[in-house]
Write a protein that binds this ligand. Structure first.
Ligand code: AMP
Length: 383
């Protein structure tokens, strides 16, 4: 029985891969809403720090992994003391906190944006003076998808920014004038061997991933460099399993690491439909001590996130008919019943002969659904 800590859509897709291979799955939801539960053989729904839940999870699982990084360190240590847990508590601990993550990158000479750790208004003032210019103040802990981030121009009153920030610790990062955002999925096995997937070109809207285009439209030297940095990150973490490394690509062709995700990643969802081995099966292989599967991209693809914004009403999905009529578009829904703005409800893969065609079809459908949803909300008077 594979024990999965976390029960979100990543756990759901991991559980699907596990079931396909005849592996049983226990899902520990932490009491959060959990799309993975429908696929689970065993569900633990108590909080992640509950001793009874830890006991139950360890009782039923043979080997464990995480699909969500905001798990208390003591819980990860308790699980790792009882069974193999991949990735390790140390790797998760570094990646779950921006301050530790940035310090780790710096210590390992992995390129990232200039940053300063701040815990008081005075430290923020000093950091703003040092970085001089635009930046982003991000929470040190538990930040995701742009939550807890404040953009600064550099000439604000630091005391006011700090007050608005309202978090005990932060990381002030220099603003990166990037040309493109990229990510690389890397999988590292028990013997230290690694495989990488082709870089994804990622486009965000309101800080949330909107679209990934694969292969990224970048020179092969940049793709090689991104893969080399991702390998370096995995090696330095002594990582086992799959991870996502997000990058900023600058105009001069250089790369900066933005974030590391110690798990399957949203920008790797296309691997389900467009690669020999999906990121979820790859994770399973790494965790179970099996050899890696081929990461070969079979066809260009665009992955479109289906956010709640596309739903005309909370429980009324978009009209999927144009997607099915496309013929080379594949729908993945996570079984979430209520749509909310910014909520990840599912994704769709658009297979194509060229990345441009995939992107064009994905964008056209997304804009169609957005317009339909807006028209419906206007006509029913909902905000
Ligand atoms: P994060 O939650 O840190 O991954 O940030 C979410 C998104 O905000 C990124 O994917 C970028 O689009 C943008 N962003 C974050 N940090 C910076 C930065 N230092 N410079 C420019 N854009 C940024």
């Amino acid at each position: 029985m594979l024990g999965v800590i976390g029960g979100g859509q990543l756990g759901r897709m991991l559980a699907m891969a596990a079931r396909r291979m005849g592996v049983r799955v226990a899902v520990w939801t932490g009491g959060l809403e959990a799309p993975a539960v429908e696929l689970a053989d065993e569900v633990i729904d108590l909080p992640f720090d509950d001793p009874q839940a830890i006991e139950h999870f360890c009782e039923v699982s043979t080997v464990a992994t995480v699909e969500f990084e905001n798990i208390p360190h003591a819980t990860l240590e308790a699980v790792a003391a009882r069974m193999p847990l991949h990735p390790s508590p140390r790797a998760v601990e570094i990646c779950q906190n921006r301050e530790r993550e940035k310090n780790f990158l710096k210590q390992n000479n992995i390129p990232c944006a200039a940053f300063e750790v701040v815990a008081t208004a005075e430290q923020l003032a000093a950091a703003m003076a040092k970085l001089s210019g635009p930046g982003v103040l991000k929470t040190a802990d538990f930040g995701y998808d742009g939550h807890g981030q404040i953009k600064v121009q550099g000439d604000e009153n630091p005391a006011e920014v700090w007050q608005k920030f309202n978090s005990p610790r932060g990381v002030l990062e220099a603003w990166v004038p990037f040309e493109m955002e990229l990510s690389v999925m890397v999988a590292r096995a028990a013997d230290g061997s690694m495989v990488t997937y082709d870089p994804a070109e990622n486009r965000h809207r309101s800080h949330i991933l909107d679209l990934s285009i694969i292969p990224a439209r970048i020179p092969s030297a940049v793709a090689d460099e991104a893969a080399a940095i991702a390998r370096k990150v995995a090696f330095a973490l002594d990582y086992r399993g799959i991870m996502g490394v997000e990058f900023f690509l600058l105009a001069d062709g250089s790369l900066l690491v933005n974030e590391i995700a110690p798990r399957p990643h949203n920008s790797g969802h296309h691997t389900l439909d467009a690669c020999v081995t999906s990121q979820f099966e790859q994770q399973l292989r790494m965790v179970l001590g099996l050899p890696a599967g081929s990461t070969r991209l079979l066809t260009p693809v665009a992955m479109l996130n289906l956010l709640g914004d596309l739903w005309p009403e909370e429980t009324t999905p978009p009209d999927w008919r144009p997607l099915f009529a496309d013929g080379r578009a594949l729908l993945h829904l996570y079984g979430k019943h209520n749509a909310r703005l910014r909520r990840k409800m599912g994704h769709a893969s658009f297979l194509a002969d060229t990345p441009e065609d995939a992107l064009q079809r994905a964008t056209a459908l997304r804009d169609h659904w957005l317009a339909e949803a807006a028209a419906r909300r206007n006509s029913t008077g909902h905000a």
